[in-house]
Design a protein around this ligand. Structure first.
Ligand code: ADP
Length: 313
């Protein structure tokens, strides 16, 4: 369990994180979403004591990170994949971490195997691609078999197979009852990985919400309707206050009433229906709606909050 209460952090005059409160439960994957510069990395650094909050507090399993006697046994964190001594081999890097936390060397080989780096374990980490560095960072996160794990943009630099692998790994770790907190700017990926999301913008909490609920409440949600008497139904729906769009494929997209209300209205006319299919919004659309007012850096396109202008960080 991670609990943040009123977390606040300035860098000079820049307010990076503003009175942020949220909790990350065990047993689920919690996604950490926000436009670029929203304060996700700063928040994660505060969780593991790499940055000190100016105000507020964050605890892991009820304790501050710096009070944990053997931190790697309780919290694993992948924050900067490239933050590895370049001259050290992958195995030596993990070995050093293991020794400093009383972890046996057998575990080093185990985690190298889990992340698929056994064959290159003796190569210098400085020569690793971003994807390989991410795998090494994940190995370090798993090393102490901790109950709480943080991952800052773990799929950056991974190919589609690697991305699927990370998704399955995180979901599996959550199923084991661990607390998994993962940031990403890839909305579609988060929709497949996370059960719940903490959404921030300009350092402030916008929402903490289960993904299903986020999608259900979006105004982008609509119902696709097909009928041999579409004109009559369209008129009745608009009179009842719905917004309708006649699509090129001959279906009617209806926003406002849900499928139950549309079905009942059709029966009351009566009009025969050939299709009545609720369509959920994409997470990207739902996210854009929530963060519209809190985009710090606009990219060239309308999808600025989703694709960070810097791409991979
Ligand atoms: P995110 O991870 O959501 O992209 P960050 O936590 O990296 O956001 O950054 C939040 C804000 O704080 C940004 O405006 C960023 O420029 C600023 N910031 C982050 N780290 C530093 C730092 N070390 N010094 C000054 N400003 C920083």
């Amino acid at each position: 369990m991670i609990e943040a209460k009123g977390l606040t952090k300035h860098y000079g005059s820049k307010l990076a994180v503003n009175q942020l409160s949220f909790s990350v439960r065990p047993g689920v994957v919690t996604g950490f979403l926000g436009p670029n510069g929203a304060g996700k990395s700063t928040t994660m650094r505060m969780i593991v004591g790499l940055d000190a909050p100016d105000a507020g507090d964050v605890t892991v399993n009820g304790r501050h990170y710096h009070d944990l006697p053997w931190p790697l046994h309780e919290v694993g964190a992948l924050l900067e994949a490239k933050a590895i001594h370049p001259g050290r081999s992958a195995r030596a890097h993990l070995q050093m971490l293991a020794e400093s936390n009383h972890i046996g060397l057998k575990r080093v080989d185990e985690v190298l195997e889990v992340v698929g780096l056994s064959a290159v374990a003796r190569q210098r980490a400085g020569k690793f691609s971003l994807g390989m560095s991410q795998r090494l960072g994940i190995a370090a996160t798993l090393l102490g078999n901790p109950e709480v794990m943080l991952f800052d943009e773990p799929v950056n630099g991974l190919d589609p197979d690697g991305i699927r692998w990370v998704r399955n790994l995180l979901r599996g770790l959550a199923r084991e009852g661990r607390t998994i907190f993962v940031s990403s700017h890839l909305m579609s990926e988060m929709a497949l990985t996370a059960d719940e999301v903490v959404i921030i913008g300009r350092g402030c909490l916008i929402a903490q919400i289960p993904i299903d609920q986020l999608l259900a409440q979006s105004s982008q949600r609509y119902v696709r309707v097909r009928s041999p008497e579409l004109a009559a139904l369209k008129t009745a729906l608009e009179l009842a206050g719905a917004t309708t769009v006649l699509e090129e494929d001959g279906s009617l997209s209806v926003r406002g009433p849900d499928e139950i209300a549309i079905g009942e209205l059709a029966a009351s006319i009566p009009v025969v229906l050939h299709e009545l299919a609720p369509q959920s919004a994409s997470l990207e659309e739902a996210f854009m709606e929530l963060t519209e007012d809190s985009i710090e850096y606009h990219g060239g396109s309308g999808t600025a909050p989703v694709q960070s202008p810097e791409g991979a960080k």
